[in-house]
Design a protein around this ligand. Structure first.
Ligand code: FES
Ligand SMILES: [Fe+2]
Length: 424
């Protein structure tokens, strides 16, 4: 249980808050590149700030405070310039650093001319996402984690706006035992009500463990029937501090990289990305169109009647997060032994926020280009090792991806080993 003050400290992320300062020290995805295919600007809300993501004439991205410093209209109506954006109202133009570089009706003597006139942030593209850094200069490197930079991958990225605070979503990533009930028993129960079979099942947890490593916390589990030699225990998978989790994946012939990324929009809204990159074995016949797009989609979590899709794994999680409230009442909770990962993560957030307050880099900050060529994350592999397992993965986790049928077709073309699939 936390006090009301402790809960405020851990959850609020606006400018000037300790957690806001911590999250501003990490790069955050603000959009999928494909979302910008057919537009020049997009309103973005990130960490409580209203911003506009834009493309210049050469289709390079910039991110600037939404409201024009002249008379405060939205730059979302702006037009591209050679190196920035021009306001739709009176034509003032800004470069990607926020300098005012043109004012058609002011001559050259206006106080803002040539000066930093508004806030702008650096952005970079990686893995089909556009990432932004809202913290103090010098910006650290954008970490090149494996799944975002592997080549020849079939990617698909789902996203949804979740109406709750980011912390209850992240706490789910250090809560291994929920898989047993929520994704096991609940899938079976709700699936059976709708006549859906072949859904996920989950075994009982014998023990769980959490170890800090250089990019966050490794989460381990040992399930009934397993030994410490099982990858679930020996390797586990990481919460990548502070806002991402890498998930156990396919093994054997296919390689898969799977992330969930949680981006705080404001204190009570979080944009969630479900990111997957699949690499079929060399020689597999993969249609070119699957490799050249990142196959972005809106991830639904409710049906047309507004009811949660309780037989669909991503929606099961969302239902739990949202019903904890806009900001979970941690002053009323009652933690148990299975919540030790949550306690460890909360302590880590506080410790790292205190480091930032002292002017130090928080954990996982990457400033060395050699380290950053490729960062391999430890993740247990070898789930869904046969076609049945793969179909179940598609049905329970990726149903709404626009390429779900293509993935099944490509996978069917691979000579997969006949190994019993393990439940997630
Ligand atoms: S309000 Fe933007 S140029 Fe006048
Ligand atoms: Fe879950």
């Amino acid at each position: 249980m936390l006090s009301i003050d402790e809960n405020e400290y851990l959850t609020r992320i606006g400018p000037g808050t300790p957690m806001g300062a911590l999250h501003r020290r990490y790069w955050q995805p603000v959009a999928a590149t494909e979302e910008m295919d057919n537009c020049w600007t997009k309103r973005i809300r990130l960490l409580g700030e209203d911003l506009v993501l834009f493309k210049d004439e050469a289709h390079r991205f910039g991110l600037i405070t939404e409201f024009c410093p002249h008379r405060r209209v939205s730059l979302a109506f702006g037009m591209p310039t050679e190196d920035g954006i021009r306001c739709a109202y009176h034509g003032w133009a800004f470069d990607k650093q926020g300098h005012c570089v043109d004012q058609p009706n002011e001559g050259t003597r206006h106080a803002l001319r040539g000066k930093k006139a508004t806030t702008a942030y650096p952005v970079q593209e990686m893995g089909g996402l556009i990432w932004a850094y809202l913290g103090p200069a010098p910006a650290p490197l954008l970490p090149r984690f494996d799944g975002f930079v592997v080549e020849n991958a079939i990617r698909t990225i789902g996203s949804a706006q979740i109406p709750c605070n980011w912390l209850q979503i992240m706490e789910n990533s250090v809560d291994p035992v929920h898989v047993e009930t929520l994704h096991g028993r609940v899938s079976e129960f709700h699936g059976s009500q709708k006549g859906v079979t072949n859904l996920n099942t989950a075994k009982h947890h014998i023990k769980i463990g959490f170890d800090e490593f250089e990019y966050g916390i490794i989460k381990r589990r040992m399930l009934e029937g397993q030994t410490e030699e099982a990858e679930d225990w020996k390797v586990g998978h990481p919460l990548v501090f502070p806002l991402m989790v890498a998930i156990g994946t396919l093994g054997a012939l296919w390689q898969q990289y799977s992330f969930e990324i949680r981006v705080p929009i404001d204190d009570v809204t979080t944009r969630h990305y479900w990111y997957n990159a699949f690499i079929p074995p060399a020689g597999t016949n993969v249609p070119e169109r699957l490799l050249t797009r990142t196959n972005w989609f809106d991830q639904p979590f409710k049906d047309k009647n507004g009811e949660y899709l309780m037989e669909f794994i991503p929606a099961q999680d969302v239902a739990m997060w949202v019903t904890q409230g806009a900001i979970a009442h941690r002053d009323l909770e009652s933690l148990g032994a299975s919540d030790i990962g949550i306690v460890q993560y909360r302590r880590m957030l506080r410790r790292e926020a205190e480091k930032v307050a002292r002017g130090e880099d928080p954990i996982g900050t990457v400033r060395d280009a050699a380290t950053n060529e490729y960062i391999a994350l430890p993740v247990e592999r070898g789930k869904y090792m046969n076609m049945d397992g793969f179909r179940r993965l598609m049905q329970t986790n990726m149903l709404f991806s626009p390429i779900v049928d293509d993935l099944i077709e490509v996978f069917e073309g691979v000579d997969s080993p006949k190994v019993a699939a393990e439940p997630v």
